[in-house]
Design a protein around this ligand. Structure first.
Ligand code: NAI
Ligand code: MG
Length: 495
């Protein structure tokens, strides 16, 4: 288990880094020479740069990935060999865990211990998919007399991964682990707000022995590098995590080439608390599911539905806990850090202001530390009570430390409210009644349902993905290996 890096490292790690793309096994500047500034969300200070890539850089990365896929050692490597490389990459990440955790924390503003948790999950993804690589196989199908039919799992080819800024390392690892286990090659476009750890992982992949061109990273803006990558005619498959609007743009681009996509587009995930629930066990989980990473989590538990007899009790206990929460710089390792950037802070503050103006009651507010640097993007946690299910606050993903409470009467009403948004990513159900646990798990539309618990994002072994506007395709676990490959059916006529 990784020990926590000290707060001094978290303040200065990565200082002066001039991040370069990793293309064909070599670090390279953008062809134009342009760069983007990297600022810490905790104080707004610029501490590094990354390459501002454009279409020409994306072309070079896709060409390198294509060459590595078609020829060279990767194309001939046995599945066990790919698995061994992935396991070795996990070990390299473990060797650099403290530095990576501090760097992720500084680049995103997340509290240090969340950086540590993210690195631990990243190691585990590579360990898991390293072990899985040689355990995926096809089937033999009974067919006509004189024939033998069988299926093979084939890689798609060049996979493009467009990664968001909220869990940069973890999401990179869940994409890369599954894609590489199946024999694809990769071009990763990290978010412009959080690219530094992706560049480090690409370097570590080279050290671990991945052949040149298998693991490419191109940094830059979504509208430039991201758009060029998702529209590239030589990309075989695109996987994306981020906002529904960007997901639509990426699917439209990939559709021009009729390529497959996986889309993980966030949620408005409910936790449903029945009157018979173990409230003492539920309470810290209810709070953490929205406060973790400052609420910037696709699977954040952003709506709490409470059965009416316990509504007042649960609301007042949550209010007490919210009032005690403080946002502080990442190095202070507090309950939550700043939000990722000024735009996100404005967006969240806008939701809060609109909800107040609409007359939704604020039950409690946390605080921002008095000594938090003025250049940081801080938002105090806000708890809203008895929220109108038709309001924007109830229906839209806020992506900040803002929690909404709703009262319900009985199971049918709980199901109606839980399914009343256009999202369907994760849900939590809190009840001691076994029959109700099963009924609710079946009736709630969500890609993951927790009963008497909630793990934002879930374990790396657990298939994960959305219904409705939350997207399609499944990541994590063994199931991701299916999405990252295609069935080839081979039919022998041997008479
Ligand atoms: P975004 O979805 O636009 O950005 C995510 C990634 O997509 C970044 O790497 C970005 O460079 C890339 N991108 C942006 N436009 C692109 C395009 N046209 N073509 C290809 N790639 C493109 O998210 P953004 O704007 O940073 O955040 C806005 C909102 O999105 C947040 O408030 C939140 O509600 C949601 N979001 C949800 C996430 C999730 O995990 N579900 C993660 C990040 C944001
Ligand atoms: Mg950053």
């Amino acid at each position: 288990m990784l020990t926590q890096p000290d707060s001094d490292l978290a303040r200065r790690v990565g200082e002066g880094t001039k991040g370069r793309n990793v293309i064909g096994g070599a670090p390279v500047m953008a062809q134009s020479g342009a760069t983007l500034d990297v600022a810490s969300p905790s104080d707004g200070a610029v501490f590094a740069t990354i390459a501002r890539s454009e279409a020409a850089d994306v072309d070079a990365a896709v060409a390198a990935a294509r060459a590595a896929f078609e020829t060279g050692p990767w194309a001939k490597m046995a599945a066990a060999g790919r698995g061994r490389l992935l396991s070795r990459l996990g070990e390299r990440i473990a060797d650099h865990a403290g530095e990576l955790a501090a760097l992720e924390s500084r680049d995103t503003g997340k509290p240090l211990r969340q950086g540590v948790a993210d690195v631990t999950a990243t190691e585990r993804y590579f360990e898991y998919y390293g072990g899985a690589a040689d355990k995926v196989h096809g089937e033999q199908i009974p067919f006509l007399d004189g024939y033998t039919a069988l299926t093979m799992r084939e890689p798609h080819g060049v996979v493009a991964g467009i990664i968001p800024w909220n869990y940069p390392l973890q999401i990179l690892a869940r994409v890369a682990g599954a894609a590489l286990a199946m024999g694809n090659t990769l071009v990763i476009k990290p978010a412009e707000d959080a690219s530094l750890t992706a560049l480090r992982v690409a370097e570590l992949a080279l050290e671990a022995g991945f052949p040149d061109g298998v693991f490419n990273v191109v940094t830059g803006l979504g509208a430039e590098a991201g758009a060029a990558l998702s529209a590239h005619p030589d990309v075989d498959y695109v996987t994306f995590t981020g906002s529904p609007a960007t997901g639509t743009a990426i699917q439209a681009a990939a559709a021009q080439n009729n390529r497959g996509v996986t889309m993980e587009l966030g949620g408005k995930s409910p936790q449903i608390v029945f009157a018979d629930a173990d409230l003492e066990a539920a309470m810290p989980v209810l709070v953490n599911a929205i406060i973790q990473n400052g609420g910037q989590t696709c699977s954040a538990g952003s709506r709490i539905l409470i059965e009416r007899p316990v509504y007042e009790d649960v609301a007042s206990e949550l209010a007490a806990r919210f009032a005690a929460l403080t946002a502080e710089p990442h190095w202070a390792d507090a309950d939550l850090g700043p939000l990722i950037n000024a735009r996100q802070a404005e967006r969240v503050a806008g939701f809060v202001a609109d909800a107040r103006a609409a007359g939704i009651a604020v039950l409690a507010e946390g605080s921002v530390a008095a000594d938090a640097p003025a250049g940081g993007h801080y938002q105090a946690p806000v708890l809203f009570g008895t929220v109108d299910p038709q309001s924007d606050l109830a229906r839209e993903e806020v992506f900040g430390p803002v929690l909404s409470l709703f009262a319900f009467d009985g199971e049918d009403d709980a199901v109606r409210l839980a399914n009343a948004t256009d999202f369907g990513l994760v849900a939590g159900v809190w009840t001691k009644d076994g029959g109700r646990q099963h009924r609710m798990a079946k009736r709630v539309r969500a890609g993951q349902v927790y009963v008497n618990g909630y793990g934002a994002g879930g374990g790396i072994e657990l298939p994960f993905g959305g219904f409705k506007r939350s997207g399609h395709g499944r990541e994590k676990g063994f199931e991701a290996l299916k999405d990252m490959s295609a069935t080839k059916t081979v039919i022998f006529n041997h008479g």
